[in-house]
Design a protein around this ligand. Structure first.
Ligand code: BMA
Length: 307
């Protein structure tokens, strides 16, 4: 099989030992390039498995230095905010939306379950809470970089009754979200038959909005997470235009096959360079932060039109 994505030979780009505290896992990082600085926003866990969000910075996209302190989320009503995030905030994505830096993440408490959080940052040191869209049992949210008919548009993945398809919804103000509908069904083939979720924020291409996904199948050994790609219509992103026929990256290297959760590649960050080469940042085995490279054209070549 021709490999669409080429792994960085010095993977992982971040290991627990790189972090400025006693860390057991660092993974599932959102990514952005601002000027000539690459920023990863990673999920980092301490020895109790409590999760922090850390920014790590780089000049070349390969060598990252984590900030000394985790990102601090601030809210007007701290008590209410903590009520929904007390036990975890994880899998952050960095969305550049109309010139603003919006972080989408999973907010979790044992009591109330998991929901999406949206926060805004300017420096990746603090992030101001904006909203918790939708109710519980929702995560894997990414926001389109532009509005459609004056509305923000978000992809997300509800759980509970619908455990595995990508939904889309709209908002006039990032607070009130509605018009929810399914936009991508999990597949009928084995590789994506269990779940499909948005991984990286949408990128505009000639053929449509490109989103890298995680796709899940199961075996006797448990869940098996691979990476796929979808294309949504440029004018109406509620329409699926294409999807990769199979996965474009699957667990193969020791750091992907062995860790806290074996057999996981989980993309959350995509940086497009001026020459259309891309850097895909992904979590491996819920333990390490990794990088694979490709180009927009190579990824598009794996996507077949949906009739
Ligand atoms: C998903 C999320 C991810 C994780 C993946 C594999 O449900 O929890 O954060 O990487 O499972 O364990």
């Amino acid at each position: 099989m021709k490999e669409i994505l080429k792994r960085y030979e010095a993977n992982p780009v971040l290991t627990p030992e790189d972090m400025p505290f006693q860390c057991v896992a660092v993974y599932n990082g959102g990514a952005v390039k601002l000027g000539d600085e690459y920023i990863l926003l990673v999920r980092a866990e301490d020895t109790t498995k409590f999760q922090y969000v850390y920014a790590a910075r780089s000049r070349d996209g390969y060598h990252f230095t984590p900030d000394p302190e985790p990102l601090r989320f601030v809210a007007e009503d701290e008590g209410d905010y903590r009520k929904y995030t007390a036990d975890a905030f994880y899998d952050p994505r960095i969305n550049l939306v109309d010139g603003r830096i919006l972080i989408t993440y999973a907010a979790y408490t044992f009591q109330y379950g998991c929901r999406i959080g949206i926060a805004e940052t300017a420096d990746f040191k603090t992030a101001k809470h904006i909203s918790f869209p939708h109710h519980i049992s929702n995560r894997n949210a990414v926001i389109f970089p532009q509005k459609f008919d004056g509305m923000y548009v978000m992809l997300h993945r509800p759980e509970a009754y619908d455990n595995g398809n990508i939904w889309i919804s709209r908002s006039p103000d990032l607070h009130f979200w509605g018009d929810c509908r399914v936009v991508v069904n999990r597949g009928s083939y084995r590789w994506d038959a269990k779940k499909i979720g948005a991984g990286t924020p949408p990128v505009k291409t000639d053929r449509g909005w490109l989103v890298l996904t995680h796709a899940v199948t199961t075996s006797c050994a448990g869940h098996y997470y691979t990476m796929g790609a979808i294309l949504l219509d440029l004018d109406d992103p509620t329409v699926l235009r294409g999807r990769s026929d199979g996965c474009i990256l699957y667990p193969k290297m020791p750091y992907e096959c062995s860790g806290f959760v074996p057999n996981v590649v989980f993309p959350c960050g995509l940086v497009v360079e001026p020459d259309h080469r891309v850097k895909v940042y992904y979590g491996a085995a819920d333990n390490f932060e990794c990088l694979a490279e490709s180009s927009i054209d190579e990824i598009l070549s794996a996507i077949v039109d949906v009739k």
